[in-house]
Design a binder for this molecule. Structure first.
Ligand code: GDP
Length: 434
């Protein structure tokens, strides 16, 4: 998917435009603390194109002077995006900070679309000609607060997308990424995996964008580790900010079949870990929890059980995710990881035949009768799998309102147990059918 970034001075209306473009299509399925607040990355849609949108203004880098802030924003946009929307305030004209950004964007050679915001009425349209002088072509008059002109601007944005996404992705290849806060050992684990004897690293190639994927083969199964480059090359100021690492993680999660959520055994679980894991869960990817630095813990069965209990208590919504304990440094238990990634990936892509599924559902209902709400009883007619990655099931019922969260959860668990959906979330939707 193409990535579009919005840059512009504070208060030109970046967040308003961001929210307009994203709409409220993102449904908040579960309330995971911190995940949906101050969104800086989301999916948007225009003319059959789905793309990802970044609000670079949301990535604050402390109390920097304006020019420095703008410089960082522009760098992030240049690094991360395929197309850049450069937003200006039509009521204020071109400022010094705008010119600073212009210079950087110009050098990058990335396509830039000019959005001139706060053009709230047609008379103001005559004022936009001065923006031609920036050298990015036609300026598009828009009004974020009134929702005007966005269509024309978006037409221009999508015209820069590659004709066909280079989707040469092999069906059987398992794409995975490693996420976790700085210093949990992501780079160390990647390097440890690549240096394992059984692992054949075929090549490292630049893919569609700036991300660099690593291809590896283990026992004739092909894997791709996503965005290890982002982990390896470091140093820019903004790359140490929390929101930037979240952005990086989100981009990696999106392309993954399986996400490894890394936890540091030495320092334990902190709030930031939960937030990061929450993103992977919401995205519906298969998840494996990896407790790294296990060498630092007096390792016996009891310690493992104890740590596992802690993980389960902190990540209740990830009850489906297997936990792997290992040390990237000593390579102890490292060999246990790849098989678990494989299992999670298979679960994520598994299809269940309708008749087999319905046998399980009907058995479940016989065991635990459907609830009755205000004298009306939930009737389940049949169920069918409607999607994979993650496995999603439509359950046809007399009245979806009667399908309680707890009963939904009960059916989910029955399906999970019956078919061994290890490591993948599964979704159940109640649909009306008379
Ligand atoms: P990243 O920021 O998540 O990529 O973390 P790094 O891979 O750079 O590791 C951060 C620090 O943790 C480095 O000093 C590593 O040597 C150390 N480290 C990584 N894995 C292990 C491990 O399994 N055991 C121990 N004791 N240290 C580790």
């Amino acid at each position: 998917k193409s990535v579009v970034a919005i840059v512009g001075r504070p208060n030109v209306g970046k967040s308003t435009i961001f929210n307009r473009l994203v709409g409220e299509r993102i449904s908040i399925v579960e309330d995971i603390p911190g995940v949906t607040r101050d969104r800086i990355y989301a999916q948007a849609e225009w003319l059959n194109h789905t793309f990802n949108l970044i609000d670079t203004g949301g990535i604050e880098i402390g109390d920097e002077p304006l020019l420095l802030k703008m410089r960082h924003q522009a760098e992030i946009a240049i690094d991360e995006a395929d197309v850049i929307i450069f937003l200006l305030n039509g009521k204020e004209g071109i400022t010094a900070a705008d010119e600073e950004v212009t210079k950087l964007l110009f050098k990058s050679n990335k396509p830039v679309v000019l959005g001139i915001n706060k053009i709230d009425n047609p008379e103001m349209r005559d004022t936009i000609y001065e923006y031609y002088s920036l050298g990015f072509g036609e300026p598009f008059p828009i009004s974020g607060s009134h929702g005007l002109g966005l269509g024309d601007m978006l037409d221009q944005v999508v015209s820069y997308f590659p004709q066909k996404e280079m989707a040469e992705e092999n069906e059987d290849t398992i794409y995975f990424s490693l996420i976790g806060r700085p210093n949990v050992g992501k780079s160390s684990l990647v390097n440890a995996l690549l240096n394992e004897e059984r692992v054949i690293v075929s090549d490292i190639e630049g893919t569609t964008r700036d991300a660099i994927d690593t291809n590896l083969t283990v026992d004739s199964q092909d894997f791709v580790i996503i965005d290890t480059a982002g982990m390896r090359k470091r140093g820019k100021v903004y790359e140490t900010t929390e929101k930037y690492s979240v952005l990086r993680a989100l981009k990696a999660i999106e392309r993954s079949d399986v996400v490894l959520v890394l936890i540091d055994a030495e320092t334990g679980i902190i709030e930031q870990d939960k937030k990061i894991a929450g993103y992977a869960h919401q995205a519906g990817r298969a998840i494996v929890i990896v407790v790294n630095k296990w060498d630092t813990i007096e390792s016996d069965e009891k310690a493992m059980k104890k740590f596992e209990d802690k993980v389960r208590a902190h990540f209740q919504y990830l009850d489906y995710a297997p936990i792997v304990f290992l040390s990237a440094m000593t390579k102890k238990r490292l060999h246990t990881l790849i098989p678990v990634i494989k299992i999670a990936s298979e679960s994520h892509a598994k299809r269940i035949q309708t008749n087999v599924l319905n046998d399980v559902i009907m058995d479940a209902i016989a065991m635990n009768p459907t609830p009755t709400v205000k004298g009306k009883r939930l009737k389940v007619l049949y169920a069918t799998q409607v999607a994979v990655k993650p496995p999603s099931f439509a359950v046809f019922v007399n009245d979806p309102e009667l399908m309680h969260f707890s009963y939904n959860r009960f059916l989910e668990n029955k399906i999970r147990d019956a078919f061994g959906f290890i490591g993948t979330p599964i979704k159940i939707f109640a649909r009306r059918r008379q």
